[in-house]
Design a protein around this ligand. Structure first.
Ligand code: I6G
Length: 674
């Protein structure tokens, strides 16, 4: 290929990649698969490697710089980066609107532009002739830090602007933030590698952006949303906030998909309520709604006070994180006997709800966060999740504050508490002796996705167990109208309704029944897989671990839990009793044995694989129809061996059984299953 042709192809590829970036990050309308996009990027990379003379800084291959910075340089903001005034209720919003109307001598309603306030970090992006030349933090508003190398790694920030009407100079302000799903995955990864876990997405975004090594920033799921134009030269700007943001969008920069123009302060109230209602289901955290005068002339007329514009306001939501005192830590016993530390708090309002209890997850978390009784703690309640203690405020700590300790005896039944090897959880050994475990098991049995016993709620189960009317699920179906009617606040009609619901629940399905038994780590999907594999309960009950691990979703730990559950005489007795009460389900047809490529083969997996856990590798093989066994015999098709395989490979060699390395395993199964 001639040089000219190469250059042309490079340009075409860059344009195509930038186009797909806009479709993906700005318009939320991707038109190609990730694979196709990666292919384009690799092709471009190959051409640039072959012809480095055509490499430019705005190429989409040049997001991650190689250099690790020593520190961030300071940059002056030509236009100060201001903050926003806050409002906390309708009356403060009305006062804001009134102030503006007076200031502008307006009799008629003011028009506003509105959008959710993302909980991230304010960043300035400077484009010269369409190319990103500088990114900076807010800092003190007059000068911030130059974080260009890090911001270049954020894929939603275009390195080059789109279109024919690109201004000579454009400074856009916006928020860098971390979506919740990415935050959750990042924290999982951090905890697994014994690294710092972030308290919230905002801290995670801040920590990720302030990395001196841009490779670390690149590995973090950051994204960007524009909210204002600070400077523009060489092109004229539209005269409304809303239209300016549409222009920003047309240049390839992401803007809020929720932005709206509103015709009155009343419309602002409705918008706020609407966003507040959506808050829990958004993919990212927001901490309020920002309202701005839509008319840019009016903005200019209104001007600024000290460090904030008079023409904009952030109507904040109730805080999701507040401080309070940790009064005590108690231990709650769950269905499987696991003891969860629960914080008893000085009651405090979080996100609009009074909270007096919060989870501390487990003892490892308490140690990691170094939380002590008496501490001032930060409590967080986001969306529908259970309130949690995220951190202790160390400056308030007094000598003598002690870390809570796991009790040696169950607080409910006084049985011994043990920690199983290799597990973070501590468990009560009381089993069915423990009223807490029995209560939880019954609640689970009655729950919607299990036996769906309408009217048998948590409070009623607790009452029935406390009054010794029922001990286990076996007693549910012999409850009488007389017994139930004798309960506090239970009219005869409600008692009869509950008996009818119990009767209706007898007609169920095998997956529901298996799930309802509450076997440790057997969720709905596993229960369904067990039911489909075995087709009847008796076969599940008598199966061994070797057979159970053939079932999709079942690994050695779950298999051991299942065998252990059915080995308990008390569990068998409970099952027999409820079945005798008339629980039944329709028979399951065994699905036609589809001709899977590895049907009839048996594999053993040993050692440490680089790209898969043994469980993942087993799942891949099982999905292709193979059996997976834990021991090598002459019937074994092959042994898949990772690092440090041990005696299984020796045995395979002796028996003449094939041994596959990870590469051969991938060739056999097609690809990495992710
Ligand atoms: O901190 C901010 C968040 C969101 C803002 C802002 C915004 O608009 C949606 N707008 C301005 C003008 C300022 N700060 C100063």
């Amino acid at each position: 290929m001639s040089n000219e042709k190469i250059q042309h192809e490079i340009e075409q590829l860059r344009n195509e990649i930038n186009h797909h970036n806009t479709l993906y990050y700005v318009l939320d309308e991707p038109q190609v698969t990730d694979q196709y996009y990666d292919q384009l990027l690799r092709k471009l990379q190959a051409l640039e490697t072959r012809s480095p003379e055509f490499l430019t800084a705005d190429s989409p291959t040049q997001r991650v710089g190689a250099e690790i910075a020593e520190q961030f340089e300071s940059v002056q903001h030509e236009v100060p980066m201001l903050s926003l005034d806050n409002a906390f209720d309708e009356s403060e919003m009305l006062a804001f609107n009134k102030r503006l109307k007076e200031l502008l001598s307006m009799e008629t309603a003011l028009q506003y532009s509105a959008e959710p306030k993302l909980d991230g970090l304010a960043v300035s992006l400077l484009y010269e002739h369409g190319k990103l030349v500088r990114a900076a933090t807010r800092g003190d508003g007059r000068s911030g830090e130059n974080i260009t190398t890090n911001v270049r790694t954020i894929k939603s920030v275009p390195l080059k602007l789109n279109g024919t009407k690109v201004p000579q100079l454009l400074e856009v302000r916006g928020e860098v933030y971390m979506p919740l799903e990415g935050f959750r995955k990042l924290n999982e990864r951090q905890a697994k590698n014994d690294n710092k876990v972030f308290a919230n997405p905002r801290n995670a975004a801040a920590g990720s952006l302030r990395q001196l090594d841009p490779k670390i920033t690149a590995s973090r799921p950051l994204t960007f949303c524009s909210y204002a134009i600070a400077q523009c030269q060489g092109e004229s700007l539209p005269d409304s906030q809303y239209a300016q943001m549409q222009l920003v969008k047309s240049l390839g920069l992401p803007i809020s998909p929720y932005i709206q123009q509103l015709d009155s302060i009343q419309a602002c109230f409705e918008y706020y309520q609407d966003i507040a209602a959506k808050r829990g289901s958004l993919a990212f955290e927001i901490d309020g709604v920002v309202f701005k005068l839509n008319d840019i002339n009016q903005q200019q007329q209104a001007g600024f006070v000290s460090r904030a514009p008079r023409w904009a306001i952030a109507w904040k939501f109730p805080a999701q994180e507040v401080m309070t005192t940790l009064l005590d830590v108690e231990f709650q016993v769950g269905r499987t006997g696991a003891l969860t530390p629960v914080a008893r708090l000085d009651p405090v309002e979080v996100g609009g709800v009074v909270v007096s209890n919060a989870t501390l997850h487990n003892m490892d978390e308490i140690k990691r966060k170094d939380i002590r009784i008496g501490d001032t703690v930060i409590v967080r309640r986001a969306g529908d999740v259970i309130p949690e203690v995220v951190a202790a405020v160390l400056k308030d700590r007094k000598a003598g504050f002690k870390q809570p300790e796991m009790p040696k005896k169950c607080p409910v039944c006084d049985s011994e508490v043990v920690q199983l090897e290799g597990q973070a959880a501590y468990r009560c050994t009381g089993g069915l002796v423990c009223a807490a475990q029995r209560k939880e098991a019954i609640k689970h049995f009655a729950s919607r996705k299990a036996m769906d016993i309408d009217g048998l709620g948590d409070k009623l189960v607790e009452q029935l167990v406390d009054l010794k009317m029922i001990d286990t699920i076996a007693d549910l179906y012999s409850l009488t109208l007389e017994q139930l009617s004798s309960l506090d606040r239970m009219a005869e009609k409600s008692a009869q309704n509950l008996l009818d619901a119990l009767d209706r629940s007898k007609s169920t399905t095998l997956p529901r029944f298996i799930y309802a038994l509450g076997i440790r780590e057997v969720g709905e999907a596993t229960a369904l897989a067990l039911a489909n594999y075995f087709t009847d309960l008796a076969s599940v009950e008598k199966s061994d671990e070797e057979t159970l691990i053939q079932v999709a979703d079942v690994g050695p730990v779950v298999a051991a839990n299942i065998v252990h559950f059915f080995d308990q005489a008390e569990n068998q007795q409970v099952i027999d009793t409820v079945l005798a009460a008339g629980i039944h389900w329709p028979p399951i047809e065994k699905p036609d044995d589809i001709d899977l490529p590895l049907k009839g083969t048996t594999y053993v997996i040993t050692g440490t694989l680089q790209n898969y856990s043994r469980q993942q590798a087993a799942e891949i093989l099982k999905k292709l129809g193979a059996k997976v066994s834990s021991s090598v015999s002459s019937k074994t098709t092959a042994v898949v061996a990772g690092d440090k395989p041990g005696s299984k490979v020796d045995k395979a060699d002796k028996l003449g059984v094939t041994v596959l390395d990870e590469k051969a395993f991938e060739d056999l199964t097609g690809k990495k299953d992710d």
